[in-house]
Design a protein around this ligand. Structure first.
Ligand code: GLP
Length: 258
C-alpha cells in the first residue's frame, strides 16, 4: 500500500488526481473505466480533474464511470440521491458524459427486482472490462461504499441495511426527510476487483478509521482494511486524517521515492 500524507485537502485533491490520471491511461481504442464515490472527501479530486480536463490534459468524454452505491427508495431526481450527486460532481464538474455514468438502481418496484438489478450491476462492470481505478472515501466506522462493519470480504453488489452510525453521519445532507434505511452497494469483493484503489480521507473525524484501515488487522470489522489485501492500493490523506498513523516516518520516506 502507498500512503501519501498531504498538507491540506487541496493538496490531497492534486495528489489523488495524479494517481487517478495515471491509472486511466489506456491503449488507443480502449476506454478508461473509473469507479466514483460520493461524499465530501473526493470533491477536491473531482475539482482538480475538472480543471485538468478544461486545460486539455485529459479527455473525460471517453470515460465510463461506475458509482459505488445508491440509496434504496429515494427518487433518482432527489438532490441527495447518489445519481443526482454524481451528475453534479462527476458529469458537471469533470465532464464525464451522463450516458456514461452508471449508478446502482435503488428504485425497482419490487424487492426481487431490486436484488436482481443489484446482481446485474457487477456483470455490467465486467462487461466494460472492469474498473481501472476505484475512488473511495471512508466512513467514520471504516465503511467502504456502504459496506458496513461485518460485511463479507467477498461480497458482490447487493441490497444492505445502513448502520445507525452511517444514517446519523449522513443526516446532514437531508433537511426534508430521514436518511433512507437501505442501500444498494458494490460489495467488498466487487471493489477488490478494481485494478487500482485510491482511498481519500480528510479531517480529524477520519483519523481513527484511517489508522484501523491502514495499520489495523485485515478484518470485516473495518471494511476499509481490504486495501491491505489489494495489490495496488493508495491512500491519500491530509494531516488531520493521518494524525493517528504510527508509521508516518516510513510513509513519508516511501513517498519521497528511491
Ligand atoms: C457515504 C458514502 C461513502 C463515503 C462516505 C464518507 O456514506 N456511501 O462512499 O465514503 O459517505 O463521506 P464523506 O467523504 O462525506 O465523509
Amino acid at each position: 500500500m502507498e500512503v501519501f500524507i498531504c498538507s491540506d485537502p487541496l493538496a490531497v485533491g492534486e495528489r489523488a488526481a495524479a494517481v487517478v490520471l495515471d491509472a486511466l491511461q489506456k491503449p488507443a481504442g480502449e476506454f478508461p473505466v473509473l469507479g466514483v464515490a460520493t461524499g465530501s472527501s473526493p470533491l477536491m479530486l473531482y475539482a482538480e480533474l475538472g480543471r485538468l480536463a478544461s486545460e486539455g490534459e485529459f479527455d473525460p468524454t471517453g470515460v465510463r464511470a461506475f458509482a459505488l452505491d445508491e440509496y434504496v427508495g429515494l427518487p433518482k431526481e432527489h438532490p441527495e440521491s447518489y445519481w443526482s450527486t454524481l451528475m453534479r460532481t462527476v458529469c458537471d464538474t469533470i465532464g464525464v458524459l451522463p450516458e456514461n455514468l452508471h449508478v446502482p438502481n435503488g428504485e425497482a418496484a419490487t424487492e426481487a427486482e431490486l436484488r436482481a438489478r443489484a446482481a446485474d450491476y457487477d456483470d455490467r462492470i465486467d462487461a466494460t472490462g472492469g474498473i481501472d481505478v476505484q475512488i473511495l472515501g471512508i466512513g467514520t466506522n471504516g465503511h467502504l461504499g456502504f459496506n458496513e462493519p461485518g460485511s463479507s470480504l467477498s461480497s458482490r453488489t447487493r441490497v444492505k441495511r445502513l448502520s445507525a452510525q452511517t444514517r446519523t453521519d449522513n443526516q446532514r445532507f437531508f433537511d426534508d426527510r430521514d436518511v433512507p434505511t437501505h442501500c444498494v452497494t458494490q460489495g467488498l469483493g466487487t471493489i477488490r476487483r478494481a485494478r487500482k484503489l485510491v482511498l481519500i480521507a480528510t479531517g480529524a473525524g477520519k483519523a481513527s478509521a484511517v489508522e484501523a484501515a491502514v495499520e489495523g488487522p485485515l478484518t470485516a470489522s473495518c471494511p476499509a482494511s481490504i486495501l491491505q489485501w489489494h495489490e495496488h492500493a493508495v491512500v491519500v490523506a491530509d494531516e488531520d486524517a493521518a494524525s493517528a498513523l504510527k508509521n508516518r516516518e516510513y510513509y513519508d520516506l516511501a513517498a519521497a521515492g528511491m
